[in-house]
Design a protein around this ligand. Sequence first.
Ligand SMILES: Cc1cc2nc3c(=O)[nH]c(=O)nc-3n(C[C@H](O)[C@H](O)[C@H](O)COP(=O)(O)O)c2cc1C
Length: 180
Amino acid sequence: MRILLTYATSHGSTAEIAEFIGDKLGKRGHNVSVEDAALVMSIDGFDAFVIGSAIHSGEWLPEGIAFVEEFGDEIDDKPVFCFVTCIRVLEDKGYDWVLNNYMPPWLLERLNLLDVTAFAGKLKFDDVSWEEEWTLALKYDGSHPAIDFDGDFRQWDKIEAWADSIARQLKTHKKSKKDD
Ligand SMILES: Cc1cc2nc3c(=O)[nH]c(=O)nc-3n(C[C@H](O)[C@H](O)[C@H](O)COP(=O)(O)O)c2cc1C
C-alpha cells in the first residue's frame, strides 16, 4: 500500500517518531512517504494515512490541523491512523485524558480513523525559546508544571508496537475490502 505519514512538529521529535514508524512500515513492504504536514501539496495516489502532531497549549499544532482541514474530504474513507506527542500523557491517568482531550472530534470526525494513540514526547528546556517558555508557563495544559518534565520521554518500544499494529490493521482492512 502507498502510505502518507505526515507530521506537525516544532522541535523535531515528532518528525523522528514519524520517520521511525515509516521505517517500520517500509520494512513490512509498504511504500511510505514521510512528509512534514506543512509541505504536503498533494495526497494523490495514497491508500492510507498516518497523521501525527505535537501538542502545544492543549492543541494540535496549526500545521496538523491545516492538513486535516485541507485534505480531510479528499482522504474520504481511506484508512487513517492518528497519533499525538505530548507531555501530559506522562501524568497519572494521562493516556486516557489525552485521548479524550487531544483528539478533537470537530477535526477528526470526517476521517475514517482506524486507530488513535498518544506518545510521550520530548521537552528540553535548554532548547525552548523564551516565547515558548512563556507559553509553557502560562498555557501548558497539564496538572503538573511543565518544568517537572524536562527530557526525552519517547518510548520506542511502544512506538514500534503501534507501527506493528498499523501493519496488522492494514492487512485486515485490505482483505475485507477484497471480500466486499
Ligand atoms: C510551547 C510548548 C507548549 C506545550 N504545551 C503542551 C501541552 O499543553 N500539553 C502537553 O502535554 N504537552 C505540551 N508540550 C510538550 C510537547 O507536546 C512535547 O514536547 C512534544 O514532544 C514536542 O514535539 P516536537 O519536538 O515535535 O515539537 C508543549 C511544548 C512546548 C514547547
